[in-house]
Ligand binder design. Structure first.
Ligand code: HMG
Ligand code: MG
Length: 298
């Protein structure tokens, strides 16, 4: 049994562009997000309020957000700490995401904190954001494997997931940051989460396509009842603090599969593909998405 509707959480402007060597001009980012919204995407992660030295590609968050006002889409942004929250709230951002790690190595590399210290850092962020009426997504990275630590035990992932919900996150996105997951592992993790009451309706999946498994993993997650899927237009992305991370699951590849399954997403695939082709021209290299390539060479 699979859900008849899937909400796509588009991460291209954030997860995609944070990993580009070139800094994309703010006006191009704004146009990218407007085009994504016009193709029917309803949730578009726009940027991050992180330290500008850590992610210079997204240092223009203050300039970008006001350019998007009035857009018919939810525009969440990543926030690691109270300083980031203040920046986001000052711009009227009403949906944020904190981003934790299932492993100590990645917590250190990505946040300069241990897992405990990073959860302590998120605690006032989540509380203050919820008090301000904002939705708070939690990300959990390295849910399957970690470049330094190897395979990540399911029970370790379940423990940190539990703690992120305990802080007050309303949704949790399970990240396969380096793309090593396979479908059986996905089913096993979702079953273990279900067993402790973390049911699929509160979960999202965030796959990277490093080993070509992202769509297979997505199908496994849908079969376990997940109906929110993260994807990145054109397959942009990776993570600057996890060297072996390559592109995210391409939104076009996801929409192609969901269309074939008769699952409604509200996305116009031709418009979306045209957007990724346009963005690829700005970045100076072709999209790695098979669907973008197939549809743009018809
Ligand atoms: P730190 O160096 O420990 O920072 O970095 P600190 O708390 O010691 O503060 C040092 C200085 O930075 C202070 O300034 C702060 O005010 C300033 P000073 O008092 O010295 O003048 N500062 C800030 N300035 C602007 N905005 C802020 C901010 N915070 C502190 N928010 C920190 C800690 C968390 C800030 C840093 O590690 C950081 O920014 N990390 C972000 C890394 C990142 O964005 N990674 C990519 C996203 S995660 C991902 O991609 C995975 C995901 O896609 C899922 C998946 O695939 O698994 C989500
Ligand atoms: Mg990611």
């Amino acid at each position: 049994d699979i859900p008849d509707r899937v909400r796509i959480h588009e991460v291209g402007p954030r997860d995609g562009l944070q990993n580009e060597k070139a800094v994309v001009p703010t006006e191009v980012k704004a146009e990218f997000i407007r085009r994504l919204a016009a193709s029917g995407l309803k949730t578009i992660e726009a940027t991050s309020f992180v330290h500008p030295k850590w992610v210079p590609q997204l240092a223009d968050a203050e300039q970008l957000m006001p350019m998007l006002s009035g857009l018919d889409a939810r525009l969440p942004a990543l926030v690691p700490n109270e300083r980031g929250l203040e920046r986001a709230l000052a711009l009227g951002v009403d949906e944020i995401a904190v981003f934790g790690s299932a492993t100590e190595s990645f917590a250190k590399a990505n946040l300069n904190r241990s897992v405990d210290e990073s959860l302590a850092m998120f605690e006032p962020v989540v509380t203050r954001a919820r008090d301000a009426g904002a939705q708070v997504r939690g990300y959990l990275s390295m849910c399957f494997g970690d470049p330094w630590e190897g395979p990540v035990p399911v029970r370790q992932v379940v423990q940190v997931a539990r703690r992120l919900f305990d802080l007050g996150c309303t949704e949790l996105s399970l990240g396969d940051t380096i793309g090593v997951a396979t479908p059986g592992h996905v089913t096993e993790l979702l079953a273990a989460l279900h067993e402790v009451g973390l049911t699929a309706d509160r979960l999202a999946v965030h796959f990277h396509d490093t080993y070509g498994q992202a769509l297979a993993n997505t199908l496994a997650a849908l079969q376990s009842g997940v109906c929110t899927v993260d994807a990145s237009a054109g397959g942009l992305g990776g993570c600057p603090y996890a060297k072996s991370a390559t592109g995210n699951l391409a939104t076009e590849d996801l929409v192609w599969m969901l269309n074939g399954l008769g699952i409604d997403t509200g996305v116009d695939l031709d418009r979306l593909t045209a957007t990724s082709v346009w963005m690829a021209a700005h970045l100076g290299r072709p999209s790695p998405s098979r669907t973008v390539r197939a549809l743009s060479h018809k």
